[in-house]
Design a protein around this ligand. Structure first.
Ligand code: HEC
Ligand code: HEC
Ligand code: HEC
Ligand code: HEC
Ligand code: HEC
Ligand code: HEC
Ligand code: HEC
Length: 413
């Protein structure tokens, strides 16, 4: 059977599918299938297709009144989409035609009738930061040379997850386009989560109460931007993680292993070339995960060598020092990282706003090289050997036994 005929049959199946689900269900509850907020491609809306109709994303080649609606790709695409999922390009910055999703998730030239779809970095939407360095998904991936490399994500996911095909969209490793909801519109309500775990693609992640950061009794949300009394993700007084999906379980579906990268060189000298460090968030892993810390919250029993005697030694600052002081905080990956791309060059997706404050840049280009000491000091007062920009030489995921002013035996991150 020709590709064209199989595409045709596929679309027929698809519309029969639509007829069954159009009234109610997970698709019509989703951001894309919703009759108020959903998909509406300009050329298809002009043909009378209602908002949310599958045909705004799926089409048969050259089939609408004998013409192919924009964007015209000239050939059928896998899953009968209006464009190919991914161009296979190995490095960013990305352009609109590199990824099917970018045809709408961009602020310039979107094929969606309303034009731009606004999506800001995590630091803004859930961190409360008021300066948006990017305002759409294409822009967040293109902020700097630190982003989730789509080629690497696709290549990892197709070897790893059975739902993921050779032609699958790299975004689909983390999102189910038939289910994803608008968390940005309801930041205090994770039943509106936008993500699906790659190990559970047919379900949303975070919508059930046992899928939240409150799974970790010693989690505490960071402060919201500019505040010392309100917390992420919604700027309210809730701080136990019950309003946030369990991002640790989500990210670790991939990162509990060494993932391949063409983009970055691991900080960890023990990680083989071409891979990133496997993140161990268990009690036997990192201190920012479930491993117990060595010192008091105020650092009073820390032997760590200070450069500034006016500062308490290595203390952990608010809200992580509050009563009841937990014995062993567990942080969320997204307390420190962005999911799509970072403002900071070569900085492993680190956030612009951490624990309520803006992390400064330390150098060109455009001040976008991260100031490492400033990053750590969003949650710590300590500042010793190697500063201001040598902190990551000793402190990185999996780092052990890194002496500063003397020998050190144990975990250092
Ligand atoms: C035809 C246009 C179109 C395409 C193609 C498209 N989207 Fe969307 N997307 C939308 C619209 C419209 C919304 C809802 C509007 C809004 O949220 O402001 C949305 C919302 C979302 C949301 C919910 C969060 C949010 O922004 O509110 C996610 C997640 C999402 N899209 C992911 C994807 C992914 C992944 C792809 C590619 C597989 C994709 N989209 C392709 C139009 C599109
Ligand atoms: C926002 C765009 C969008 C909308 C709207 C949408 N889909 Fe999809 N659909 C996709 C993408 C992207 C894929 C490919 C997934 C992948 O990359 O593996 C897909 C795949 C599929 C598949 C193939 C499943 C598979 O992975 O083999 C079917 C069937 C399907 N969609 C049916 C529908 C139906 C029926 C509707 C309406 C009820 C619909 N889609 C609405 C984006 C969309
Ligand atoms: C490695 C996993 C991962 C990949 C790959 C990924 N995303 Fe996301 N995405 C997330 C997470 C986690 C969130 C939830 C946090 C947030 O909203 O910022 C999210 C949120 C979103 C949102 C909602 C943002 C908002 O305003 O809250 C959209 C839209 C979206 N992603 C689209 C995409 C598109 C399009 C792609 C591919 C070009 C993509 N994502 C690739 C993990 C991923
Ligand atoms: C579907 C698998 C998958 C999931 C889920 C995933 N990642 Fe990744 N991640 C990868 C792959 C593959 C790479 C290597 C490509 C690269 O370096 O960008 C990577 C790279 C990274 C990097 C290094 C980026 C750089 O600058 O090179 C960081 C940091 C990261 N991921 C954090 C996260 C966080 C935080 C989450 C959860 C929100 C997450 N990842 C979820 C697959 C995944
Ligand atoms: C978002 C807040 C946050 C950021 C950013 C942060 N930390 Fe931490 N850090 C913590 C918390 C909370 C703990 C306590 C963990 C525990 O109780 O197990 C901690 C613990 C530690 C410890 C272990 C202390 C002990 O008593 O054993 C070290 C070392 C450390 N951090 C170093 C760093 C360095 C270096 C940076 C910068 C690269 C950094 N941290 C960035 C919050 C943070
Ligand atoms: C040469 C290695 C080395 C460098 C460089 C280094 N550190 Fe450390 N740091 C250590 C060791 C060793 C410890 C004690 C182990 C621990 O707390 O887990 C430590 C502990 C810490 C702690 C936790 C102290 C406590 O009492 O809770 C913080 C915070 C910290 N360092 C921040 C920084 C910052 C910020 C920089 C950069 C300005 C930096 N470190 C550079 C080796 C180093
Ligand atoms: C306290 C802040 C903090 C938290 C929490 C955190 N990270 Fe990181 N992460 C960093 C810093 C700083 C770097 C850059 C230094 C390095 O390479 O380790 C980094 C680097 C990475 C890298 C690149 C590793 C490499 O080989 O260089 C990955 C992948 C990553 N993080 C994933 C995660 C995941 C997944 C989680 C949650 C389970 C997480 N991070 C939680 C601060 C954090």
């Amino acid at each position: 059977m020709s590709a064209w005929r199989s595409a045709l049959l596929f679309v027929v199946t698809l519309f029969l599918g639509l007829a069954c689900v159009a009234t109610a269900g997970p698709y019509t509850d989703s951001a894309h299938g919703n009759s108020a907020t959903g998909v509406s491609r300009t050329d298809m809306a002009a043909q009378g297709y209602v908002k949310g109709n599958c045909a705004h994303c799926h089409e048969m080649h050259a089939s609408i009144n004998g013409q192919e609606p924009a964007p015209a790709s000239g050939s059928p695409s896998p899953a009968a989409l209006f464009a190919d999922n991914f161009s296979g390009v190995t490095v960013g910055p990305y352009i609109q035609s590199d990824n099917f999703c970018f045809y709408c998730h961009t602020s310039f030239g979107a094929v969606q009738v309303e034009g731009a779809i606004t999506n800001e970095p995590y630091s803004n939407t859930f961190g409360g930061y008021n300066i948006a360095e990017a305002s759409d998904i294409l822009g967040t991936f293109n902020l700097s040379n630190s982003y989730h490399n789509l080629y690497d994500v696709q290549r990892f996911a197709k070897n790893k997850f059975s739902f993921f095909k050779d032609s699958s969209n790299p975004c689909v490793a983390c999102h189910n386009p038939h289910l994803a909801k608008r968390n940005k519109e309801h930041p205090a309500d994770p039943t509106f989560t936008a993500i699906s775990r790659p190990t559970d693609h047919e379900n949303l992640w975070g919508d059930d109460v046992n899928e939240r950061m409150s799974n970790y009794i010693s989690y505490r949300s960071p402060y919201s931007f500019g505040s010392t009394s309100f917390y992420e993700p919604d700027g309210s007084t809730s701080s136990d993680g019950s309003l946030v999906p369990d991002y640790n379980a989500f990210c670790l579906d991939c990162h509990r292993e060494q993932v391949p990268t063409t983009q970055s060189v691991s900080r960890n000298p023990e990680t083989p070339a071409g891979f990133l460090t496997a993140i161990n968030w268990s009690g036997a892993g990192d201190i920012h995960g479930a491993r117990a810390r060595y010192f008091q919250v105020d650092g009073s029993d820390s032997p760590v060598f200070r450069t500034n005697p006016d500062l308490p030694p290595g203390s952990i600052i608010a809200p992580y020092d509050q009563i009841p002081v937990q014995g062993n905080y567990v942080l969320s990956c997204l307390d420190c990282h962005e999911p799509h791309g970072s403002y900071f060059t070569s900085s492993y997706l680190l956030r612009r706003v951490v624990n309520g404050g803006v992390v400064g840049g330390s150098g060109p280009p455009s001040g976008q090289v991260i100031h490492q000491q400033d990053f750590c000091q969003k949650c710590h007062t300590d500042n010793h050997c190697g500063g201001p920009n040598g902190c990551f030489t000793c402190h990185y995921h999996g780092s052990r036994d890194k002496g500063c002013a003397g020998p050190w035996d144990g975990a250092t991150f």
